[in-house]
Design a protein around this ligand. Structure first.
Ligand code: ADP
Ligand code: MG
Length: 208
């Protein structure tokens, strides 16, 4: 299969080509159309299978460049992952000039507060700092239409469930929610059934 079969804009296809990706991975083939259709999705696929681009590609395509407030929020368990995902989004959204911003703890709040005053399409961050910005009204989530919970298993292992739930409750109800994980525990299934609507479940290499 080729990326051209995924109904992507020329600008996105060009960026993917520049990244050297010749064909979509299995998870990308299955997840991209679901996200483009704005359906909630629960994805289980092993580490290294290309989950980041499976949400970054459709998000970059879906966001409206003209909107000044963030339209997508990606939650990650670690600072390193937030930075990595933000870089992937910047690369994929390059020709659409998509602005991604990473927010994480143990880093000056004021600097992030300033960055949030600029146009930002997609915010990527760790739960504690994202919640902090929402509560202090430095991050306006009123236009957030897409929520991604990345590495959900790690997120729960690190004890972020409460913060993730607090964030979800502050987001608009009209949204598309995507949950990605390398493993699916009962806790993750519970989280997904609590906050997703008619979610499509995509499990790759179910046998592990
Ligand atoms: P996961 O989140 O599933 O662990 P990542 O999204 O981090 O995996 O991707 C793993 C690696 O595969 C990254 O280095 C990424 O750049 C690369 N990659 C992703 N999609 C493709 C593709 N379609 N073709 C080639 N490499 C890809
Ligand atoms: Mg990942």
């Amino acid at each position: 299969m080729h990326f051209k079969e995924l109904n992507l804009d020329e600008k996105i296809l060009h960026a993917i080509e520049q990244l050297g990706y010749t064909e979509p991975t299995e998870v990308q083939q299955k997840v991209v159309p679901v996200v483009l259709g704005k359906q909630d999705v629960l994805v289980k696929s092993k580490t290294g299978s290309g989950k980041t681009a499976s949400f970054a590609i459709p998000l970059c395509q879906l966001v409206d460049w003209d909107e000044n407030k963030p339209q997508a929020l990606v939650l990650t368990p670690t600072r390193e992952l937030a930075v990595q995902v933000q870089e992937d989004i910047t690369n994929i959204g390059r020709y659409k000039r998509i602005k991604g911003l990473a927010l994480y703890g143990k880093s000056p709040f004021a600097k992030q507060k300033f960055a949030l005053k600029q146009k930002t399409h997609i915010v990527v961050g760790t739960p504690g700092r994202v919640l902090d910005h929402i509560e202090k009204a430095t991050l306006d989530v009123s236009k957030v239409e897409y929520l991604v919970i990345d590495e959900a298993d790690e997120m729960l292992n690190m004890g972020f469930l409460k913060q993730v739930e607090s964030i979800i409750k502050l987001l608009p109800n009209e949204r598309t929610t995507m949950l990605f994980s390398a493993t699916l525990s009962d806790r993750i299934k519970k989280l997904s059934s609590k906050y997703m609507k008619d979610a499509i479940s995509i499990e790759i290499d179910a046998a592990e």
